[in-house]
Write a protein that binds this ligand. Structure first.
Ligand code: GLN
Length: 242
């Protein structure tokens, strides 16, 4: 019997949840449960108080520009706590619209500048071409492939001091220009990959769980969770054309 417990904050599930982003949270729940880890999920919406000291993992999904406007405004009220959580190596998984808003700003087609929380030195500007399709990339840290689906017009540019999450093998990634996808900073994972991401990339799900446990001085239970079907889906997605 162990008492491994993790707390996850799922930010804006009603506004930012496209292409099954919620599946990322479900995968974390499933893979934690299989290892006897209690993962408690709290949903946080507009105007909700966020008790930063409580959470080990934050998840933010993607959405339309309209929803991002509401989220961008609300995030300004939570900015200070989120930035210090990031600096304090709390685990963040953020997808597309959520990823964009960790940066300085997202400038939409009509020139509106949606403020980010400025935790990461990156910015996003809407391009004329919508980047939509299957993505295959290689995670820089592990050399493992990541598969997913992107749909964004925002082009994200990282400062030189930041490391991308992955190298694009097929698809657009951050901006369709530099060949990179997402961002990796401290324990932050930012990515354009929907799909959802974690169900088809169980290695990344396990890495997130392990990092969250290690941050608390706990060890990942030495238990292999069967991911035969997940990896079949991963392999299949590797073969999809853009
Ligand atoms: N609205 C943003 C864009 O088009 C984010 C899209 C998304 O989250 N899929 O770039």
């Amino acid at each position: 019997m162990n008492n491994l417990t993790l707390e996850l904050a799922y930010l804006y599930p009603k506004l930012l949840n496209i292409y099954g982003d919620r599946g990322n949270v479900l995968t974390l729940l499933f893979r934690c449960k299989a290892r006897g880890i209690n993962l408690n999920v709290s949903t946080i919406g507009l105007g909700d108080r966020l008790d930063h000291a409580k959470f080990d993992i934050y998840f933010i999904g993607g959405g339309q520009d309209q929803q991002q406007i509401l989220v961008s405004n609300d995030l300004q009220t939570k900015k200070e706590g989120l930035v210090s959580a990031i600096e304090n190596k709390t685990i963040f998984l953020t997808v597309c619209g959520g990823y964009q808003l960790l940066g300085k700003y997202y400038k939409t087609h009509d020139g509106t500048e949606l403020k980010g929380i400025e935790a990461l030195d990156l910015f996003t500007v809407a391009g004329s071409k919508r980047m939509i399709g299957n993505v295959l990339c290689k995670e820089l840290e592990s050399g493992k492939t990541l598969v997913g689906f992107e749909n964004h017009s925002g082009k994200t540019y990282l400062a030189k001091s930041l490391t991308p999450l992955a190298k694009v093998l097929r698809g657009n990634g951050n901006n369709s220009e530099d060949g990179f996808e997402g961002v990796r900073y401290k324990n932050v994972f930012g990515t354009y990959l929907h799909g959802s991401l974690l169900p088809k990339n169980s290695h990344l799900a396990d890495k997130i769980i392990r990092l969250a446990l290690e941050k608390k001085g706990l060890q990942m239970p030495d238990l292999k969770v069967d991911d035969t079907f997940e990896m079949l889906a991963h392999k299949k997605a590797e073969q999809l054309s853009y």
